[in-house]
Design a protein around this ligand. Structure first.
Ligand code: AP5
Ligand code: MG
Length: 210
């Protein structure tokens, strides 16, 4: 199963990807997570990416495409994968098409006000990557990761002014991919305004029908 999860910042790509990983055992490949790790590790990639991420802009296509070419060669991808946050431009989608075929593109559609509420309430575990929401998916103990006990953090780019820029970047540069993949008959749309479990039920139905 080779999947793309498409959706605006905060739509729930990461949340749904983790549920797919748990049930279907294919890896989640999140370009955002890879870039954030590079930033945290202070690698040359991280230094380059940081300035774009902080500004709510996309990291240049050639950087991300190069990174994904390498990642998709790795052994764990041979039985499939979930792409979370890639591709994000038509140029990235075309590059991906040269690397591999895709079975389905699942677009999670959520209204703007909910997106902002979801992102500003998000808390993430810097150690194991688990994602929570202060109201919609709180950890058992305030500010502490259920899975590994680390102190939860708010992502650098989750401040409201950066969030608005990221949403704007999505509308301008990424939303054209909806039409792009519809044109290739790969697009499956999921109504993303319900609960995490309701949305997963819709995602799962699509996956079982592939
Ligand atoms: P990235 O990390 O991909 O961020 P994003 O696309 O902005 O998406 P998010 O991770 O914010 O949201 P999500 O859809 O994963 O939602 P989540 O499940 O966490 O990218 C970050 C940056 O890296 C980019 O801005 C760019 O600079 C760079 N970058 C990355 N990829 C790139 C690429 N390909 N090209 C160039 N640059 C790239 O959910 C959000 C919150 O809502 C959580 O708190 C969650 O608990 C909650 N939630 C989830 N579902 C529900 C629900 N159904 N109901 C209520 N709450 C919910
Ligand atoms: Mg994410």
């Amino acid at each position: 199963m080779k999947l793309i999860l498409l959706g605006a910042p905060g739509a729930g790509k990461g949340t749904q990807a983790k549920k797919i990983v748990a049930e279907f055992g294919i890896p989640q490949i999140s370009t955002g997570d890879i870039l954030r790790k590079a930033v945290a590790d202070g690698t040359p990639l991280g230094t380059e990416a940081k300035k774009y991420m902080e500004a709510g802009k996309l990291v240049p296509d050639e950087v991300v495409i190069g990174l994904m070419k390498d990642r998709l060669q790795e052994d764990d991808c041979k039985d499939g994968f979930i792409l979370d946050g890639f591709p994000r431009t038509v140029e990235q989608a075309e590059a991906l098409g040269e690397i591999t075929d895709i079975d389905a593109v699942i677009s999670i559609e959520v209204d703007m006000d909910s997106l902002v509420e979801r992102i500003t309430g998000r808390r993430s575990c810097p150690k194991c990557g688990a994602v929570y929401h202060i109201s919609f998916n709180p950890p058992k103990e305030d500010g502490i990761c259920d899975a590994c006990g680390s102190t939860l953090i708010q992502r650098e780019d989750d401040r409201e002014e950066t969030v608005r820029k990221r949403l704007d970047t999505y509308t301008r540069q990424t939303s054209p991919l909806i039409e792009y993949y519809a044109g290739k008959s790969l697009l499956k749309t999921v109504e993303g305004n319900g609960s995490i479990d309701d949305i997963y039920a819709s995602v799962r139905k699509i996956l079982l029908g592939l």
